[in-house]
Design a protein around this ligand. Structure first.
Ligand code: CMC
Length: 400
């Protein structure tokens, strides 16, 4: 077998080369295709970022309009998906479970994009790949909106004319649509959501993106890979942390309880959710931007969530505590984002679905990069075997 390096969690093993996202965890730097996250959050839009992540360059105005039109063309989900969401799950099913299952089902509806049915060559065509990208990016918000509508007793959204609404405005429209009533999205809240999608769009080889590449390496269809990535994102150590942070803050309840909570963290009875990161040993640059947006959103909705004071004090207490300082633990992207989602009106269980909408752009960019990679190989990590040596089978009646 030769000498294997043992690296649980892949803390020191590069499994691919990539040109998509640059991350310097020591200095807290994040860039998509070379563009600083702060500039993209300030000036760009989610679909422009999705384009740039996928194609590698900022689009011309004409290319961007065409891209937006192609994505918008998929704002009507397949009728079977609407039926699955409405009838296939318990009313209290976790939205991420529903989303992953529905994305998996989506793959069965488009056999022309399935290498298992049409052969590996299907993805050699750029046009075929782009079609899947438009369809997945365009449908994803409608799936989330329909899960929300189904769980809140609202009629399903089977397609609608959103006029000149952009990607995020039409998502808010799909959530809030009432038959016969005109819906006008709140521009400031829609912009805040759009920036959150930008900030979540990619983060190089995080767990769900590594999952995307891992599944793609087996040659499976892109819908199955995205469904698996949604599954990875669901976990509380990854995108599920958005939901877990809010539940943690609600449990802590008051600033007075922070010292006892931090003691429990240090005794390993609790985890400080929304803190720590595999790569960042400094403040997550996305968390800084998100904290600022939270106050802007509170101003817009006219109500400051008292949990923001609790979160700010929790952050301060942790950052001045030796346990966190020694381990270089800082707030990550999930620490403040839930407070924004809550202020906009999303139920807590939906937070990871919102993360998934943004991260889909990154998953698809990595999917494309993997397919283009001349050095690609099926992902197949090695193990160090620690089990028994050879031993003989004993008939069941002779065992004791
Ligand atoms: N609370 C308390 N202790 C922590 C935390 C935390 N949130 N994060 C790390 N530590 C401790 C950990 O116990 C370990 O201590 P020791 O060396 O004494 O055993 C040390 O810090 C190093 O941590 P690690 O678990 O080896 O670090 P990792 O790189 O394997 O894990 C992480 C990274 C994100 C899974 C972890 O920090 C964590 O569980 N954080 C809380 C969940 C969370 O917020 N996840 C969102 C991550 S960012 C966005 C995303 O990916 O979705």
């Amino acid at each position: 077998q030769g000498v294997l390096s043992y690296d649980p969690g892949y803390t020191n093993t590069a499994c691919c080369t990539s040109r998509i996202t640059y991350l310097d965890g020591e200095r807290g730097i994040l860039r998509y295709r070379g563009y600083p996250i702060e500039q993209l959050a300030g000036k760009s839009s989610f679909l422009e970022v999705a384009y740039t992540l996928y194609y590698g360059e900022l689009p011309t105005e004409q290319d961007l309009r065409l891209y937006e039109t192609n994505v918008a063309a998929h704002r009507t989900p397949h009728n079977d998906l609407v039926k699955i969401i409405s009838n296939g799950f318990r009313s209290d099913a976790h939205p991420m479970g529903v989303l992953a299952s529905t994305m998996m089902a989506m793959g069965t509806l488009y056999p022309e994009a399935n290498p298992a049915l049409r052969g590996n060559h299907v993805y050699e065509s750029h046009k075929v790949r782009e079609k899947q990208v438009f369809r997945i990016l365009g449908t994803m918000p409608l799936l989330v909106a329909n899960i929300y509508r189904s769980q809140n007793g609202l009629a399903p959204m089977v397609g609608f004319d959103t006029g000149d609404m952009n990607f995020t405005e039409s998502f808010l429209c799909a959530l809030n649509w009432v038959e016969g009533k005109q819906y006008k999205p709140n521009k400031k809240l829609a912009r805040a959501m759009d920036v959150l999608f930008v900030l979540h769009a990619d983060h190089e080889l995080n767990c769900s993106t590594a999952t995307m590449r891992q599944l793609t390496s087996s040659g499976v269809d892109v819908y199955t890979s995205v469904a698996a990535s949604i599954g990875a994102l669901y976990g509380p150590l990854h995108g599920g942390a958005t939901e877990a942070v809010l539940k943690m803050l609600e449990r802590i309840k008051s600033v007075d309880n922070i010292p006892a909570f931090l003691d429990a963290v240090k005794n390993r009875e609790e985890k400080l959710m929304g803190f720590g990161h595999r790569v960042y040993r400094n403040y997550d640059p996305r968390a800084k931007i998100i904290k600022k947006i939270a106050y802007e959103v509170f101003e817009e909705v006219g109500q400051v969530d008292p949990l923001i004071d609790l979160a700010t004090e929790l952050e301060r207490a942790a950052l001045t505590d030796e346990y966190f300082a020694k381990r270089k633990l800082y707030p990550n992207v999930d620490f403040y984002s839930g407070l924004i989602y809550k202020a906009i009106g999303f139920p807590t269980e939906f937070f990871p679905c919102l993360f998934a909408i943004g991260r889909t752009a990154g998953w698809l960019a990595h999917w494309n990069e993997f397919l283009e990679d001349p050095e690609k190989k099926i992902a197949r990590p090695m193990q160090l075997y620690k089990g028994h040596g050879k031993r003989d089978y004993i008939e069941v009646f002779s065992r004791w």
